[in-house]
Design a protein around this ligand. Structure first.
Ligand SMILES: Cc1cc2nc3c(=O)[nH]c(=O)nc-3n(C[C@H](O)[C@H](O)[C@H](O)COP(=O)(O)OP(=O)(O)OC[C@H]3O[C@@H](n4cnc5c(N)ncnc54)[C@H](O)[C@@H]3O)c2cc1C
Length: 295
C-alpha cells in the first residue's frame, strides 16, 4: 500500500522546526526522524499525517557526547552510531551491545535513539535502557525548553507526555558508575524481530556483595520500567545463580504482562523470569568483552 498524500517540510534549524510544529501540529503534522516506524505506519495507513516535518537537514542534531553525569544524545543520533563505543568503559560497551540488538542493519543506520523514545514502543531497547539507567527527555517548543524525567515520560504503549507541538531535541542518559557490570538479554522469535521479553541488569560489587542494583524489564508490560522489588531482593546479596533465580521469580509476581494473539500473558510472565535471570548471569560473566568494558 502507498502512503496517503502529505506535504514535506525541511526546516534547516530547530527554531524553524518548532515554528512549523506550532503552526501545523494541531492539524496532525508529525516529525520525521529516521522514518523506520513512521513510514511503515503510513504505508499501512495506520498514520496519515497531512504534513511531515523532516528534521534530517538540521545540523548538530546528530551529536552524542559525554557531559558531566550524562550522555547527551541529539535527535539525529542513529542506532548504529552507538556500535562503536560512544563513552569510555562498561557504559560505552553496553550501549554498543544493545544497539546491535535493534532490528536489522539497514534500519539501524536510519532509525534514531530519540525517535525510539518518542515512538515509545513497549519493546524498544532504547526505551528499556533509558528507564533502567535513568534519563531526561529535553523538549523544545516556541514556549521554550523543558526536561522530563524518564519516570514521567511514558503514558502507556506508544504514548508519552510530549505535546504535539514539542520537538524532542535530545535525551540526557544518566551515566552509571564506572565499576558497574551490566548484562542485557532479549528474546525474540527470529533475529531482528521486536523482542517479546527483554531485561537490562547491572550492579556494583562491594566486598563480594551487590550494590546499586538496577533491573529493568521491557517488552513484557505496556511500558519498560525498573522492578524495584527485584532490585531490593538482590541488594547486599552475593551474586550467583541461586540469588538471581530467586530475584527473577519475584519479577513474575511483580509484572502485569501484555497479551496478544500470539503471546499469552502467562508466557510473557515466564519470559520475564528468564530474561532477568539471563541478564544477571550475563552481568556476572567473565566475558572477554566485559573484561574490555571494565578496563
Ligand atoms: C522491520 C523493523 C524492525 C524493527 N525492530 C525494532 C526493534 O527490534 N527494536 C526497536 O526499538 N525498534 C525497532 N524498529 C523501529 C526502529 O527502531 C525505529 O527506528 C524507531 O522506533 C523510531 O525511530 P525513527 O528515528 O525511525 O523515528 P520515526 O519513524 O521517524 O518516528 C517515529 C515516531 O516518533 C516521532 N518522532 C521521531 N523523532 C522525534 C523527535 N525528535 N521529536 C518528536 N517526535 C519525534 C515521529 O513523529 C513518529 O511519530 C523496527 C522497525 C522496523 C521497520
Amino acid at each position: 500500500m502507498k502512503a496517503p498524500p502529505f506535504t514535506l517540510h525541511r526546516p534547516a534549524t530547530v527554531d524553524e522546526a518548532v515554528a512549523l510544529l506550532a503552526d501545523l501540529a494541531d492539524e496532525g503534522a508529525l516529525v520525521l526522524a529516521g522514518g523506520q516506524s513512521l513510514v511503515p505506519m503510513m504505508a499501512l495507513r495506520l498514520a496519515y499525517p497531512p504534513d511531515l516535518i523532516d528534521i534530517n537537514g538540521i545540523a548538530g542534531l546528530d551529536r552524542i557526547e559525554v557531559s558531566g553525569d550524562h550522555l547527551v544524545i541529539g535527535a539525529l543520533a542513529r542506532h548504529h552510531d552507538f556500535r562503536r563505543p560512544v563513552a569510555p568503559g562498561p557504559f560505552g560497551a553496553l550501549l554498543a551491545h544493545i544497539s546491535g540488538e535493534i532490528a536489522h542493519y539497514p534500519i539501524r543506520t536510519r532509525g534514531t535513539f530519540c525517535g525510539s523514545l518518542a515512538h515509545a514502543d513497549p519493546a524498544s531497547e532504547w526505551c528499556l535502557t533509558a528507564a533502567t539507567l535513568g534519563a531526561e527527555m529535553v523538549l523544545q517548543s516556541q514556549a521554550g525548553r523543558r526536561a522530563v524525567p524518564v519516570a514521567e515520560w511514558f503514558e502507556g504503549a506508544m504514548a508519552t507526555v510530549r505535546e504535539p507541538e514539542e520537538l524532542l531535541v535530545e535525551v540526557r542518559l544518566s551515566r552509571p558508575a564506572e565499576d558497574a557490570v551490566w548484562g542485557f538479554y532479549e528474546f525474540n522469535r527470529r533475529a531482528g524481530d521486536f523482542a517479546i521479553g527483554a531485561a537490562l541488569a547491572g550492579y556494583r560489587l562491594e566486598g563480594g556483595a551487590m550494590r546499586d542494583v538496577r533491573i529493568g524489564v521491557g517488552a513484557v508490560e505496556e511500558v519498560p520500567r525498573r522492578l524495584e522489588e527485584v532490585e531490593a531482593a538482590l541488594e547486599g546479596e552475593a551474586p550467583g545463580p541461586e540469588a538471581f533465580r530467586t530475584a527473577a521469580e519475584i519479577a513474575a509476581r511483580a509484572v502485569e504482562p501484555l497479551e496478544d494473539f500470539a503471546t499469552p500473558a502467562d508466557y510473557r510472565r515466564d519470559l520475564a523470569v528468564t530474561v532477568i535471570e539471563r541478564a544477571l548471569l550475563e552481568a556476572g560473566a567473565d566475558r572477554p568483552d566485559q573484561r574490555g568494558m571494565a578496563a
